[in-house]
Design a binder for this molecule. Structure first.
Ligand code: G6P
Length: 612
């Protein structure tokens, strides 16, 4: 969702950094963009609805230059997608602000500021921040840092803000509460961003701010940093390992295509955690052995694709580790009465590590007395791993396409590794079985590679889907979550209505929808449920429905009228859902190409959902 960048450069113009940084944050999802730059005399601003590129052209046309500036990509929450609502916001020609997050008490604050004579030019909560800081600044005799400190005491909600002031072309103040913000250091230049991908083309030296931090920055770095309690604090500088190549297309047409093709490597890199390190609790954190020996059940909280990873993981955790596992959508869990259990391990799964609903669900679980938590996350240093007792990172690398692909399959690898680890620790997995599971994991990247070779066949299917208003995905057992993920991918990428059902549930409702206009995708691996799935397919065939069957090389299907078959590699056993995922990803990708939709940035969606 919204993205923040900012820069202070002693010897260079900041505009190129700001526009490049915002372009690198585009993947998060946004609908308007803007920058504000201090040119030595005053703050100049350019904002545009639509792409960063348009805004950047306008900034160059207006000859915007300066040594200090801030920028923002906005994803509308308070107020429509309009230029007046785009950031940066300016108060009294003096204070300019960019903001991520939501100020929950903005209506009351707006009334207060209106009574003080402030006029509002937008419908945003952010303008409240700008006026509030302006007011404190005018009251305290022109101390920007103190103005941000005092004003922020009034803000309820989550925010990351960057503030510049027309009176001071050498300093910027940043503050963080609940939304990520980092400071990055170059030679005589300091940058800020909500996401490390915005800065790594310029520097890899970064320090992550913590909740409650307020920092005064100059081109030389951090001049003052006070924490939540108002004490002087230091935040460690780290060298980011994110590769620049992962942020570029590298010959592919779309990031999604690139990321689908990166899966053999991403899965192999993630599997290495267990293949090199063994299926040992220590992979999950120093205290994992002790925590794992205390727990008697697991609850997984997640959203979107990560939720479907959790649903898949439940099968492994219950069948391999023999531990009870519940899975819940984070936004539901956080608002219901829950029964606390200090021996239940709360697992959150999140690519970004900053999904607000997942974060709040974790906080809620902790407040209800859950002692142990584990975060499975892709983005280093993000909010969820930092708030959990244990953490393990998928090694997917940066995922830019809004529709998650390699993050999902690598999450599955971690969940499988967790199931085997717990199974061994709890005495349900013998040493011999451990060796077999390791072997299956070792062979997985090769099977994924084979599944990628099915692209031409899946692309041929895509033409049949592209003109249809809806599609149905069916699966059974551990492949049912993959049907759910397939339907999600299709609707995200192509805007075709798609639903997934456990195949056995077909006759209890969705069968009424089946006719020749409803393609039915069936995930039918050669496992113990194959005969059941075949019976469900008969039910579809008998109603004139067209079947698109994803099965394995060794299953005994024959293609007939109305039954199309694509065979993934030989059935690989317990890891089969990961291989079948590749097929549903490629299918949706190709339907999107036929329909000409924006593959990497589907309409209305965002990569990181940092609002409720
Ligand atoms: C958004 C993204 C999805 C993602 C979901 C959860 O909706 O568009 O691709 O699955 O958020 O995100 P997370 O970062 O928590 O995995």
């Amino acid at each position: 969702m919204c993205g923040i960048v900012g820069a202070l450069r002693k010897n260079a113009n900041v505009v190129d950094f700001l526009t490049d940084g915002l372009a690198r944050l585009e993947y998060r999802g946004y609908d308007s963009a803007g920058i504000a730059v201090h040119n030595g005399d005053e703050i100049k601003r350019v904002r545009r609805v639509g792409r960063v590129q348009n805004m950047a052209q306008a900034a160059h046309a207006k000859n915007l230059t300066g040594h200090i500036g801030i920028g923002h990509t906005r994803w509308a929450t308070h107020g429509g997608v309009t230029e007046p609502n785009a950031h940066p916001h300016i108060s009294g020609g003096l204070i300019s602000v960019v903001h991520n997050g939501i100020i929950e008490n903005f209506e009351a604050e707006r009334e207060r500021l209106q009574a003080l004579g402030y006029e509002f030019n937008s419908q945003t909560d952010t303008e409240v921040i700008a006026h509030s800081i302006h007011h404190e600044y005018s009251q305290n005799g022109g101390d920007l840092y103190r103005a941000v400190q005092t004003a922020s005491l009034r803000f309820h909600g989550a925010y990351a803000i960057a503030v510049i002031c027309a009176d001071d072309p050498n300093h910027m103040v940043v503050a963080r509460m609940g939304c990520p913000l980092l400071v990055a250091f170059g030679d005589d230049e300091t940058f800020i961003a909500s996401d490390v991908s915005a800065v790594i083309a310029f520097t890899r030296k970064v320090a992550y701010l913590e909740d409650g931090d307020i920092a005064l920055l100059s081109a030389s770095g951090i001049e003052t940093l006070l924490d939540k309690q108002g004490n002087v604090a230091n935040r460690n500088t780290k060298i980011s390992e994110l590769s620049l190549a992962s942020l570029e297309l590298g010959g592919h047409s779309h990031f999604m295509q690139k990321e689908i093709y990166e899966q053999p490597k991403a899965v192999a890199d993630t599997a290495e955690i267990f293949l090199d390190g063994g299926f040992v609790p220590e992979n999950f954190g120093e205290t994992a052995r002790q925590i794992f020996s205390q727990i008697n059940s697991i609850k997984i909280l997640a959203c979107g694709t990560s939720y479907y990873a959790a649903l898949t993981g439940k099968y492994w955790l219950e069948s391999i580790a023999k531990i009870r596992c519940d899975v819940e959508i984070a936004s539901e869990y956080r608002y219901r009465d829950v029964i606390s259990d200090e021996n239940e391990l709360i697992i959150t799964i999140s690519q970004s590590g900053e999904t607000l609903d997942t974060m709040e669900a974790l906080k809620y679980a902790q407040a209800q007395g859950h002692k142990h938590s584990l975060s499975i996350c892709n983005v280093m240093e993000s909010a969820l791993p930092r708030s959990s007792s244990l953490a393990i990172y998928t090694r997917a690398g940066a995922e830019i396409g809004v529709a998650s692909t390699k993050a999902f399959t690598t999450q599955l690898v971690i969940l499988f590794g967790l199931a085997v680890t717990l199974g061994h620790l709890r005495g349900h997995v013998s040493d011999e079985q451990l060796t077999n599971y390791a072997e299956e994991l070792r062979l997985l990247p090769g099977s994924i590679q084979h599944a990628l070779n099915l692209e031409p066949q899946l692309s041929a299917w895509a033409k049949d889907f592209a003109t249809k208003p809806s599609a149905l995905f069916l699966g059974r057992g551990i492949h049912y979550p993959i049907a759910l993920e397939g339907a999600l991918k299709l609707k995200e990428l192509t805007y075709i209505h798609a639903e997934a059902y456990p195949a056995g549930e077909l006759k209890h409702g969705p069968l009424a929808l089946v006719d020749e206009n409803m393609p039915v995708v069936v995930i039918a691996p050669n496992d113990n449920l194959l005969d059941k799935v075949k019976a469900n397919m008969q039910e579809v065939g008998a109603r004139g429905g067209e079947l698109f069957v994803l099965t394995d090389l060794d299953s005994d299907f024959t293609e007939t009228d109305g039954v199309h078959i694509i065979r993934t590699p030989r059935h690989i056993g317990v890891l089969s859902p990961i291989v079948h995922t590749i097929a549903v990803q490629l299918l949706s990708y190709h339907v999107a190409l036929v329909r000409g939709t924006d593959v990497d940035k589907p309409r209305n969606l965002a990569k990181s959902v940092t609002v409720e």
